[in-house]
Design a protein around this ligand. Structure first.
Ligand code: PXL
Length: 275
């Protein structure tokens, strides 16, 4: 008998955009699902031309094709959890929202309100941000970083109270729970705040000193979705996801001239020179 592990079959779906550089977007999401032993499904909303330095192009697929992909996946295969990443335009956000709103029962949805790439490219105009905000009532968890939470709420986030107020404001927009990610805060720790109906919970990990942060947000939200698919509760899923992202950053890859990608498979191998 082989000693390959046998896992219960769980399925996570990402609705997001392709990153030709392989570090963020759909590619990061599918790698993350695979690292957690969750079968990954993908509905592609758009295709970006990018590397570690810049985003040089982004085209969205039609909302009709987004809906057809969703129908194909849900009608035959089924989905335990959904992660929503960059949808790219209001039409595709509305198509995804309309489809998910009709599902009963609806799987848990982890929504990463992606606005800016690690290389500094602004992905969404005002109308697209508004369309993403309209998806919040469908989301079990929304995972903004500090600049995204500030853009969504109009608040400045500096103190612990600011985190709480921003999380509560995003819950008022309909999100089930909110994880404000402190990665942009500076300091030696990377503190995230989970705000939910039961109160707040801080998660702290030691900040990983690397400039390779391309795709960290995508990876965190996908890891939460994967852990939920495997039956973790939300707090447990966030804790495991944060530990996973820290490990993947420790093992990150010096690829390209800008911020490189994570090593999503660090539990299985790292890259280096053979001695
Ligand atoms: O990490 C945010 C993100 C999401 N989706 C795509 C991206 C990025 C960041 O670069 O490229 C396609």
């Amino acid at each position: 008998m082989s000693d390959v592990p046998i896992l219960p079959l769980t399925k996570a779906l990402t609705i997001a955009t392709s990153d030709s550089g392989g570090g963020a977007g759909i590619q990061a999401d599918l790698k993350t699902f695979a690292a957690f032993g969750v079968f990954g499904l993908s509905v592609v909303s758009g295709v970006s031309a990018q590397n570690t330095v810049a985003v040089t192009g982004l085209e969205c697929l039609s909302p009709g094709l987004v809906t057809l992909q969703l129908e194909a996946v849900f009608s035959d295969i089924g989905v335990d959890t959904v992660k929503i990443g960059l949808l790219g335009n209001p039409e595709n956000a509305r198509a995804a929202g309309a489809f998910l709103a009709r599902l009963s029962p609806r799987p848990d949805v982890v929504l990463d309100p992606v606005m800016v790439s690690a290389s500094g490219h602004a992905f969404l105009d005002r109308e697209s941000v508004e369309a993403v905000r309209e998806l919040f009532p469908l989301a079990t968890l929304v995972t903004p970083n500090i600049p995204e939470a500030e853009a969504l709420t109009g608040l400045k986030i500096k103190t612990e109270d600011d985190y709480v107020r921003a999380g509560e404001k995003i819950m008022e927009m309909g999100a089930g729970q909110v994880l404000i990610k402190g990665g942009h805060s500076g300091g030696t720790k990377s503190d995230d705040l989970l705000v939910g109906p039961q109160g707040v919970h801080w998660f702290t990990v030691e900040r990983v000193r690397t400039r390779n942060n391309h795709g960290t947000g995508c990876t965190l939200s996908s890891a939460v979705a994967a852990c939920l698919a495997r039956g973790e509760d939300l707090e447990g899923a966030v804790r495991l996801a944060k530990t996973y992202v820290a490990g993947a950053m420790e093992a990150s890859v010096d690829l390209g001239r800008g911020p490189g990608p994570l090593n999503h498979f660090f539990p299985y191998y790292v890259y280096g020179k053979l001695s």
